[in-house]
Ligand binder design. Structure first.
Ligand code: FES
Length: 136
């Protein structure tokens, strides 16, 4: 415990007070090379903490897993329904049909190629299921 106490009460404050942070805005332009180099570690540490905090607390991009806003697979298809179910008679399929599995098609339940944008944006590999008739 004494180690932590010393670190928090003495070592870190001494380190921070020794950094060449100028009192005025113009002082930044007078810093030398060594001054700038000495500012790199605390700046990198601060940037890392801000980035980790951002990842933990902010709404996620649609591609990041585990985020609060990203738990739904279906982000746009008939959101007012408890369950999205589509029935299609096999006789209605002429030769073949591509059905969306990425939940982003504007022509649901058919694939309209939107999965390509999603795959690029999210480094994903989703694609449709293609149903085809056997050639007789
Ligand atoms: S648009 Fe969804 S799989 Fe093609």
């Amino acid at each position: 415990m004494e180690l932590i106490s010393t670190l928090v009460k003495k070592t870190i404050p001494n380190y921070l007070s020794g950094l060449p942070i100028p009192d005025t805005f113009g002082g930044w332009f007078k810093l030398g090379f060594k001054d700038w180099v000495s500012l790199v570690p605390p700046t990198a540490l601060t940037a890392g903490l801000v980035y980790v905090s951002y990842l933990a607390l902010c709404p996620a991009s649609p591609c990041r897993s585990g985020a609060r806003s990203n738990k739904r697979v279906n982000q746009k298809v008939r959101l007012n329904e408890a369950k999205v179910v589509d029935m299609i008679d096999i006789e209605d399929i002429s030769e073949k049909a591509a059905f969306c599995r990425c939940w982003k098609s504007k022509n649901w339940p058919y694939c309209d190629g939107t999965h390509g944008e999603h795959n690029k944006e999210c480094n994903d590999n989703v694609g449709p299921v293609v149903v085809s008739r056997k050639q007789k």
